[in-house]
Structures are given as structure tokens and as C-alpha cells.
Design a protein around this ligand. Sequence first.
Ligand code: HEM
Length: 263
Amino acid sequence: MLVRAYQTDSESELLPDLVGPAAFLFAASFETVANALTWSLFLLAQHPHIMAELYDELNQILAGEAPTISQLDQLPFLEATIKESLRILPPVPITYRAARRDTELDGVAIRSGDRVLCSQYVTQHLPELFSEPNRFDPRRWSSIQPGAYEYFPFGAGPRCCLGYTLGMTVMKVSLAMILQSFRLSVTPETRIDRLVKLTMSPKRGISMHIHKPDRKFEAVPVSGNIHEMVDLKQTNFHNSYFPQFQYGKSQFPRSASADRDAA
Ligand code: HEM
């Protein structure tokens, strides 16, 4: 598509115009989804009660099969789990904007051309917006509806993510398939530190064990600065009763696509 859009026969002219967008698309689509999935699998493995509830929802609706598009809407706890994972460990933790004119933001003077950093990570960990922000709690999404600039893992405004729907769908289908087929557990004593570049990833990956789906979910001790970002109490699953998740509105806050369409 890009080659056809660029009407030239000269390879030297063509290459720079292709390489930039191709590399950007790769980072924007592959890196983000890969990190989101990695963090989600880690968070689920370390929260056995949540994993058990999600496993039951998946089995009840999908019975071991791949989800159809219409079934994706019948998995509210899966959606809430992904939203909570993108809140607590956003794959894109920081974005920048350049001011087009002199202005003022909460008493701070900003001159034309200044770069302003907007952090998903910092905002989505503010206790005034999300109670107990370091707690991985998908159930919170049954009672909160943050604004587009309070929760923005896919960015906000006219330059928000183009791949929001695709990204969410890939995550839902991947998690539904992986979690029905296997039980994943983190290798005990793994060190997990964040690496922040364009995206936020675990510095050395995350070593995990793959088991048959026996529902014996278990958290293990881990080290590293992951503990600054997520409360990880080692609670294991003992078949305790947890009330069924009640889900309210089944959409992301009016963010991303709505703002983009309005722009
Ligand atoms: C979990 C998955 C994803 C996350 C968390 C994510 C996050 C983001 C964020 C935060 C931005 C805005 C950057 C800014 O404001 O400067 C963005 C932009 C963008 N994303 Fe995604 N993204 C994801 C998946 C995807 C996928 C699957 C695609 C493509 C198929 C994609 C394509 C893009 C593109 C092209 C832009 C630039 C839009 C523009 O500048 O107008 N993203 N993404």
C-alpha cells in the first residue's frame, strides 16, 4: 500500500519514506500488544483468585473453543482484566506533545515549541483517580468510568491509537486461547524490572512454566522493581467463594476512537 502510494521508480527516494512508517507500525502494533500480553499473563499468574474467576468465565462461555466475534462481547471479566492490566502496567507509559502556542497549564507557563510529557503510568496510578492504585483488581471496572484523559492506555485526542480495536481483539482472542489451554506460573524468585523506552517491557522477559490446565493457580515470590508498580502479596487459590463479577458499561471510556472521529 505504501509502495503504491508513493509514486516513484527510484529506490533511493523510496526507501527512507518506507522504512520510517514500517518501523513505526511494527513498534506501534507488535511491541505494544506483545508487552500487554506479557504483563497480563504475569499479573494473572500472580493473582490466583482473579485467574480462577477468568478461567471459569472462559470455560463457561467458550468451552475450550476459540471465541467467535460475538462471543467476545460475552466475556466481561476478560475485558475488565485487560483494562486493568493496561491501567496498572501500560505498554505505552509516556507520550509527548509539543505546544503550538504559548499557554499555561495549572500555573506552569508553557512556551510555543515546549515538549510536554503526558504519562499514562503516572496518571493511571493516581490514588485520587483509582483507589489502591497498585492493586490489580479487574472488579473495580464494574463501578468506575474514568474520563478519556484519566485512563488513556491507547492515548487520547486526535493522535490516539489507530489500532485500538485490533489491539483489544488480538489480546482477547490470545488470552482466551492461551488460558484455556495452559496454566502458566512464574518461575519462583524471578527478577522483574521495567525497561522503559518507547514501550514498557520486562527488562529480561519473564520466565514462566507451562502446565496442563489443572486449575491449580499459584503465585510465587518474585523480586525487582515490579514491587514499586504492583502490590504482589503471595495469596494462593484455595477454592474460596468469590461473588460473580457484575459488569456495567462494556466500553472503554469515551476516548480514543471517539476523540479521533470528532477531530
Ligand atoms: C495493546 C495494544 C496497543 C497499545 C497499548 C497502543 C497504544 C498507543 C498509544 C498510547 C498511541 C498514541 C501515542 C501518542 O499519543 O503519541 C498509539 C498510537 C498509534 N498506534 Fe497503537 N497501541 C496498541 C496497538 C496498536 C496496533 C495493533 C496498531 C496497528 C495495527 C497500532 C497502531 C498505532 C498507530 C498507527 C498510532 C499513531 C496514530 C497517530 O499518530 O495518528 N497500535 N498507540
